[in-house]
Design a protein around this ligand. Structure first.
Ligand code: BES
Ligand code: ZN
Ligand code: ZN
Length: 467
């Protein structure tokens, strides 16, 4: 994809954004939100996109409008599009960047396994003066990293194995001087005592990996954020096998890992002044004669023992060991994990808002604000003493499913489990089970299937970072 900025349109397909009050609206077009209309000037389509009342325009509204508009262009098989900056008082840089983002993210399709391909966007021209070529190019780089995360999520589980996730991390490190990568293989995972991560991967012919990618953008600072992604490359549920209709999308259970890899790629390219350690806990939760057993107890890297109530609560196991190993060997000053952790978060917040859990109000507020700005929205839920009590086991130190009534507060008790491994460090957990994968139709910039939810949110967080 090629992006340019100019002052006169060079392509014959134009995206035009108009508010309801505009006097240059074509007939039968009212400018309402979500409204689009195609009008021809000779052979050349103008795609009008409504942005509602001008006094109420927001970055979210224009991002969505651009996504709807660009999909119209694709339907018309146009691969080179000029996006015209809205002529409006109070136009801000952030709206213009949101327009670019909306167009780029909204044009994504996963067509690898389709015989008939849809028209892919080859070049986008931003026509206006509110953003520079560099700012547009940086936005395009970020969107490409979101698409990278989407591609990883959408690809077959038989392809995106733990080993493949490690290869992706190594490729990111190879391409940048400020990124290095360390991978623990199955034997090391077992020998070093990462008993929980190991257990979750036991049933699979695709052995687990623990992956660390270090980005150093501020060598003088001692601060370092760990971002830890759940990388269950397929979650069958293990011996607690998932039923039909819950299992079909479970290749998405490595979405947290895909986001971590997408963020590391974006950091390497955009080089903000921060230090980040990306951690991927990668395993395939398979069913089979070598799979781990419900009722058995396994020992974590931190030394705590865990009674396995359900082999389907595997994500918290993999993450717990990843967090502990990271704390000991690549000590961070704060931890943010991303995980498709619980079905219950979908019941609570649906598929547009992710769960936020944290032991640190300042960190939670910053993440919440980044979510608001990027439209990768979060909503905070509590973790309280009764939830910490509920994951104590009679036979081991902890249990991987709480002893509360079935289904009660299960997103919260999952978070409490992770919290127990974060020590005293500021920690935040994003439960992205609802937002990582869109099983429905495209919604604005959120396209079908893997969404890459979290890449823009974390990059916003890092771009506002004050050491
Ligand atoms: N990967 C699932 C959670 C999930 C559900 C992700 C739907 C995406 C969409 C997770 O490993 C899981 O199975 N969680 C269980 C936990 C339960 C056994 C306590 C759940 O949510 O049912
Ligand atoms: Zn599971
Ligand atoms: Zn899972």
């Amino acid at each position: 994809m090629n992006i340019t900025v100019s002052t006169t349109p060079a392509n014959d397909t134009h995206l035009v954004f108009l508010p309801e009050e505009s006097t240059s609206k074509p007939p039968d077009f009212s400018g309402k939100i979500d409204e689009t209309a195609i009008r021809y000037q000779g052979q050349n389509p103008r795609i009008y996109c409504g942005i509602g009342k001008s006094a109420a325009v927001t970055a979210d509204i224009v991002r969505t409008a651009a996504a709807l508009g660009i999909r119209k262009a694709a339907e018309l098989k146009r691969d080179s599009v000029s996006l015209l900056e809205p002529r409006m008082k109070g136009l801000t840089k952030s709206w213009s960047l949101a327009l670019v983002e909306g167009a780029l993210l909204g044009s994504y399709t996963f067509t690898k396994y389709k015989s008939e391909k849809t028209t892919a966007l080859r070049s986008l021209e931003f026509v206006g003066r509110s953003i520079s070529a560099k700012e547009a190019a940086d936005a395009a780089t970020l969107c490409a990293c979101v698409d990278y995360a989407r591609d990883l999520t959408n690809e077959n589980a038989g392809e995106v194995t733990p080993e493949r996730l490690a290869k992706e991390a190594q490729a990111i490190a190879r391409a940048s001087k400020s990124v290095t990568c360390t991978v623990l293989g199955e034997n090391e995972i077992r020998r070093k005592g990462l008993g929980l991560l190991h257990a979750g991967g036991m049933g699979s012919p695709f052995p687990p990996r623990l992956i660390f990618i270090r980005y150093t953008g501020d060598p003088k600072s001692k601060k370092r954020t760990a971002i830890v992604g759940k990388g269950i490359t397929f979650d069958s549920g293990g011996q607690n096998l998932k039923p039909t209709s819950s299992i079909e999308t479970m290749r998405c259970d490595m979405s947290g890992a895909a986001v971590v890899l997408g963020v590391m790629k974006a950091l390497a390219a955009l080089r903000p002044k921060v230090n980040v350690i990306g951690v991927v806990a990668a395993a395939h939760n398979a069913i089979g004669s070598t799979a781990y057993f419900p009722g058995d107890t396994y020992k974590s890297y931190a030394g705590k023992t865990v009674e396995i109530i359900s082999t389907d609560a595997e994500g918290r196991l993999a993450l717990a060991d990843a967090i502990s190993y990271c704390i000991r060997h690549f000590p961070p000053t704060e931890i943010i994990d991303l995980a498709t952790l619980t079905g219950a978060i979908i019941t609570a917040l649906g598929d547009t808002i992710a769960g936020l859990f944290s032991n640190n109000d300042a960190l939670a507020e910053k993440l919440f604000e980044s979510g608001r700005k990027t439209n990768e929205r979060l909503w905070r839920l509590p973790v309280c003493q009764e939830h910490r009590e509920a994951i104590k086991s009679d036979i081991a130190d902890l249990r991987n499913v709480s002893k509360l009534k079935k289904g009660h507060a299960s997103s919260i008790t999952a978070a409490a489990f992770l919290e127990a491994f974060a020590g005293n460090l500021p920690w935040a957990h994003l439960d992205i089970a609802g937002t990582a994968f869109n099983e429905g139709e495209s919604r604005g910039e959120v396209t079908k299937f893997g969404t890459g939810f979290g890449v823009r949110l974390l990059m916003d967080y890092f771009s506002n970072y004050k050491p």
